[in-house]
Design a protein around this ligand. Structure first.
Ligand code: NDP
Ligand code: 8X3
Length: 256
């Protein structure tokens, strides 16, 4: 690849929310972007918006066969290899306390946020190491750092993402492959809460009522910034919250 070739990124979850904004920001910055997700019609819309530097790719990160199929397609169409893998596909399901939660929701979150992300790393990292070039950006969450009621397994999956990111840094010691974990707080303008609340649009809208939440573009900017650092720089972690969100610490339950 010549020095002037556009850099190549694969962004998972590019059909909506952060992924779509990340793909747009990277395309604007001159990258070629492979945007992956399950909903191909949505990816086609993104292609319409972003043009020829955006390449839709059908992918279900929970399916080993789908990941393998997608990886073979990427290798065939883009033999120069990935410069950037953004593991953004993910979801929260449910806000009930653990003692009332639906175990199927837990299973889906673990399959997507833990196994799906790990599977993508497992499939694409060896090639990055072989080329001694690349950057894995994982989308974690403040929910992996701070517990809140109803966060239970979702927060645990994001704590996994953080620890995996740090573990990858340890394993990649001595290579030029970089790893970053981006940990957003409350971000509006995505499908996240509607998915979490199983399609209840009114409750989802209430999450952002009278709060100036972050926007997907804020997260996209963090990804582009981390990816554009000089090769000697590894941004380990970026935690980013809206000004309107802050930390409260522990609480006490008093007997009456
Ligand atoms: P959205 O629901 O808007 O987007 C999620 C994206 O993930 C969609 O493009 C969806 O596409 C894709 N996706 C979901 N499951 C799969 C799968 N099995 N295989 C491939 N793609 C999948 O959510 P956000 O943009 O808000 O969230 C993106 C990431 O950011 C998630 O990891 C989330 O946990 C995290 N996050 C979100 C925050 C927020 O407040 N919004 C804050 C902190 C972190 P499709 O359905 O077409 O497959
Ligand atoms: C999403 C942020 O605070 O809703 O990861 O869990 S939060």
């Amino acid at each position: 690849m010549s020095a002037s070739s556009p850099r190549l990124a694969l962004v998972t979850g590019a059909s909506a929310g952060f992924g779509r904004a990340i793909a747009a920001a990277l395309c604007r910055d001159g990258w070629t972007v492979i945007g992956a997700a399950r909903r191909e019609d949505r990816l086609r819309d993104v292609r319409q918006e972003l043009g020829a530097s955006f390449h839709p790719l059908e992918l279900d990160v929970t399916s080993p066969a789908s990941v393998e199929r997608a990886a073979l397609q990427v290798e065939k169409e883009f033999p120069s290899g990935l410069d950037l893998l953004v593991n953004n596909a993910g979801l929260a399901l449910g806000v009930k306390p653990a003692q009332q939660a639906d175990v199927q929701d837990w299973e889906s979150m673990i399959q997507t946020n833990v196994m799906g992300l790990s599977r993508m790393v497992h499939r694409f990292l060896p090639d990055m190491v072989a080329r001694d070039r690349g950057h894995v950006v994982n989308i974690g969450s403040v929910a992996g750092n701070y517990a809140y009621p109803g966060g239970n397994v979702y927060g645990a999956t994001k704590a996994f993402v953080k620890q995996l990111s740090l573990g990858l840094r340890a394993d990649l010691h001595g290579t030029r492959v970089r790893v970053t974990n981006i940990e957003p707080g409350l971000v509006g303008g995505t499908e996240f809460s509607r998915v979490r609340l199983h399609g209840d649009q009114a409750r989802a809208a209430a999450v952002y009522e009278n709060v100036e939440a972050l926007q997907p573009e804020d997260i996209a900017e963090a990804v582009v910034w981390a990816a554009n650092q000089p090769a000697r720089v590894n941004i380990n972690i970026i935690e980013i919250m809206p000004v309107a969100q802050s930390l409260v610490g522990t609480r006490l339950h008093r007997t009456s």
